[in-house]
Design a binder for this molecule. Sequence first.
Ligand code: FAD
Length: 493
Amino acid sequence: MARNLLVTRVQPVIVWFRDDLRLSDHPALQEAASRGAPVIGLYVRDEQSRALKPPAARPLGGATRWWLAHSLRALGKSFEAIGGTLVLRTGPAASVIATLARETNAGAVFWNDIAQAPHQAIAGDVESALASDGVVSKIFPGDLLVDPQAIRNKDNRGLRVFTPFWRRVQGLGDPPKPLPAPKKLTSVSGIASEALDEWKLEPTQPDWAGGLRESWTPGEAGAQARLKAFLDDGIEGYANDRDRPDHDGTSRLSPHLRFGEISPRQLWHAARFVAAEHPRLAGDIDKFLSELGWREFCRHLLFDVPDLAKRNLQEQFDDFPWKRDARALKAWQRGLTGYPIVDAGMRELWHSGVMHNRVRMVVASFLVKHLLIDWRAGEQWFWDTLVDADAGSNPANWQWVAGSGADAAPYFRVFNPILQGEKFDPDGGYVRRWVPELAQLPDDLIHQPWTATPIELASADVELGKTYPRPIVDHKQGRERALAAYAKIRGKG
Ligand code: FAD
């Protein structure tokens, strides 16, 4: 596109969108709109610089690619509704953005920070490319409550224990109030954009995304609706209910947060407002915000440890005698381990792109401890199948469960999948939903079908080894084997 076609009296501003696919509480967009300049929204599909720059940003998994397609479609519509355009381009961000700035005679490019090394490295290249063309770059606070640089210990390192970390965050007081969405944008017409469908982010052959479509409404409007529904109806009892996979007791906001369709400070202020209006909910709200604190903690950790998905934070785990067991890994991935709570979780994940937090802990512990499979194999499977797959929360939680991480559960604490099922899914509702072949078993057998008598099995239409597998490892033996493996590394490092 020739430069002079698009010369306007006021130079346009490009707003570069990344994991902040929303219009409200978007500091870069807000600043661009408030200048009265024409605004060009841009999303760059940049697989090149992601791959080239060490440390590389991870390519999206299948489920997050699906989410991204829908989220971009929603963002494009919201942009149009206020008179703007969202431009889609592919290529290394630095050259794509510098080229678009030249084409449109843009005077400035604004974006929100992502406090992750690969994203900051790519943004650094963008800044240099623009500077050499005399285009201004301006970077705004990102998608965290607090900049990781603001919470350091005396050795200038991020905190590795959650409770003091969260105390420090809370000690900083309320984060700034969220910004409103711009009401109207002045657009620039005639800018070439790629077609989203040609990016082929959604699966076609086979189309495995039916369950995702059933479960989610990606986009800012969907995120706001979910927050409102949760604060209106779901927050009461959250502190207890959040551990019950058979209840609808959590916000289900994680994929929306992952893609920045809603910001953590929007959550913070909305929740605090509800606590002020309804003091009896204060305990539930505090618990909810502390979960948001875990997201923050994981992201701060990632800021300090960019290779969090690859490296054991506790080095003695480098010598851990992991087993290579492709069959067991496959049985776990498919929800065919013979442990109903584990299988229910893995099937929920495959169908809907998420899994309840309590069950994530159980299935992760089962993989790492009962099957002795390296946490990185499980982390990678989650990375590919979760719609909320997050570069901080996913590896940090896997390392937490494995015992190799920050503020981690000790390795010797091995979750018992039978007791976990009985405690957190006492009526078996969660298992019945996701493992329908066990649905007719009575409550006292549903978490351990192998203890049922032949008559009990027959009357529930269950044939162990045929309609549902026998346990791939005995719980007691698995536990002992895990402890023996751990004994080999204890005290090392
Ligand atoms: P709510 O209970 O409503 O919590 C509100 C928000 O707090 C969540 O949306 C999430 O952003 C944050 N949050 C809650 N628990 C945690 C936690 N333990 N760690 C970090 N943030 C938390 N969460 C992800 O967002 N992405 C991941 O890739 C991810 N991988 C995980 C892997 C394992 C092995 C485990 C044990 C947990 C993982 N989690 C991950 C954390 C947690 O399971 C999800 O955030 C939660 O289930 C999302 O549901 P919700 O939005 O209804 O949560």
